[in-house]
Design a protein around this ligand. Structure first.
Ligand SMILES: Cc1ncc(COP(=O)(O)O)c(C=O)c1O
Length: 384
């Protein structure tokens, strides 16, 4: 096993090789026309994404983090406001709350779907100190699986909160056949290269059916401008999506649906091989994941990761520490033991290589190695 070639965790080179002509042509076209900021590809991409997500308005921007921040700014979130978010998420979900000047309130997640637990959300809204105003709930579609929007939207409606979907990992997923983007009043996503739909740098987008909100978000991404270029009507950001990145995304978009289907094939084969060995990722009612990650749960996670690494199989721990225990956020939580499911998951989760170009033999090599390690065998014998 030791002399087998190391694998890629996300194989962007395989994707580029397959779509090289379309991607190179799209980039060349931008170099030729020279409209590097807000060139025609940006509007074209926004229209294509609106169709994919089934929404009226798509506002592209500089990153997934900026997309979340722009949504909070547009909603007028600031001092004295509480924003509810899962403790088990990437740091960007929490970071934007502090950047907006609001207070993050960490909510626990479901132990199987990894997504926000709507009962815990209700509990934490009711337990909020009187000096804070409940304002927004950020639902994260972790690892590509849509959150339980029916339950979360209902809790939010009861308490007059705006739901902001953090779909950084889930573009391409559906819930009861409705695409991500149309499941919450506002959705933010990321085009970070390793995401299911990734560009070749930073990028992000917002999706909504609310024309008023869309206009404000469009203004915020471009310095808070009004109708004229130097007509500034609010504080904003410099957060436009580069035309080159829009061109790359447009070129990749034609293969995107097939890539999501390929990710589902990879997940199904992992399921079949691993279900008796570890806890495989749960499906949730009516949801079709975009499979940004395939994340198992197991005891002895760190030892397994180390043994796989020695066999040339990369893995990742998303995430090693819940947000309320991170040094920058400890002041906003009540410490260890207070968000128990998130804390337990951080010690047990392990994400395996996942991308649309993983073939069956490679998946089998990964699963053979996991089987050997967990059954105390010799990994040198687990050859594909
Ligand atoms: C759940 C989640 N939210 C937000 C982001 C931020 O996206 P970006 O890296 O494009 O700023 C990410 C990206 O890793 C993410 O996984």
């Amino acid at each position: 096993m030791a002399n087998q070639a190391p694998l890629a965790f996300v194989d962007l080179k395989a994707q580029y090789r397959l779509h090289k002509d379309a991607i190179d042509t799209a980039i060349d076209r931008v170099l030729e026309h020279g409209q590097f900021i807000m060139g025609p590809e940006v509007l074209e991409l926004e229209a294509a994404l609106a169709e994919l997500a089934g929404v009226q308005h798509v506002i592209s921007c500089g990153s997934g983090t900026d997309a979340l921040l722009i949504a909070l700014m547009a909603a007028g979130v600031g001092k004295g406001d509480a924003v509810f978010l899962p403790a088990f998420t990437f740091t960007a979900t929490a970071e934007v709350v502090l950047t907006a000047g609001a207070v993050p309130v960490f909510v626990d997640v479901d132990p199987e779907t990894f997504n926000m637990d709507s009962q815990d959300l209700e509990h934490r809204i009711e337990a909020l100190p009187k000096n804070l105003k409940p304002c927004v709930v950020i639902a994260v579609d972790l690892f590509g699986l849509p959150a339980d929007y029916e339950a979360l939207n209902a809790v939010a409606a009861r308490h007059d909160l705006m739901v902001l979907a953090d779909a950084a990992q889930s573009v391409g997923a559906t819930l009861f056949d409705r695409p991500v983007g149309s499941l919450a009043p506002v959705t933010a996503t990321s085009f970070f290269p390793a995401k299911p739909l990734g560009c070749y740098g930073d990028g992000g987008a917002l999706m909504t059916d609310d024309a008023g909100l869309a206009e404000i978000m469009r203004s915020i991404r471009a310095h808070g401008k009004g109708t004229g270029k130097y007509d500034i009507v609010r504080a904003g950001l410099n957060s436009r999506l580069d035309t080159v990145q829009a061109a790359v995304l447009l070129a990749k978009l034609s293969a995107f649906k097939d890539e999501v289907t390929a990710r589902q094939r990879v997940a199904a084969r992992y399921d079949e091989r691993l279900r008796e060995l570890v806890t495989i990722p749960a499906r949730s009612n009516g949801a079709q994941s975009a499979w940004a990650q395939y994340t198992i749960q197991t005891d002895g996670r760190d030892a397994l990761a180390a043994e796989l690494k020695a066999c040339g199989i990369p893995t990742a721990v998303y995430y090693p520490l819940p947000m309320h225990l991170q040094p920058a956020y400890q002041a906003f939580g009540d410490g260890a033991g207070t968000v128990p499911v998130s804390e337990s998951l951080c010690g047990r989760v392990l994400s395996l290589p996942m991308h649309p170009y993983l073939d069956d033999a490679t998946i089998d090599r990964i699963c053979d190695s996991i089987e050997s390690v967990l059954q105390g065998g010799d990994t040198s014998k687990s050859v594909a």
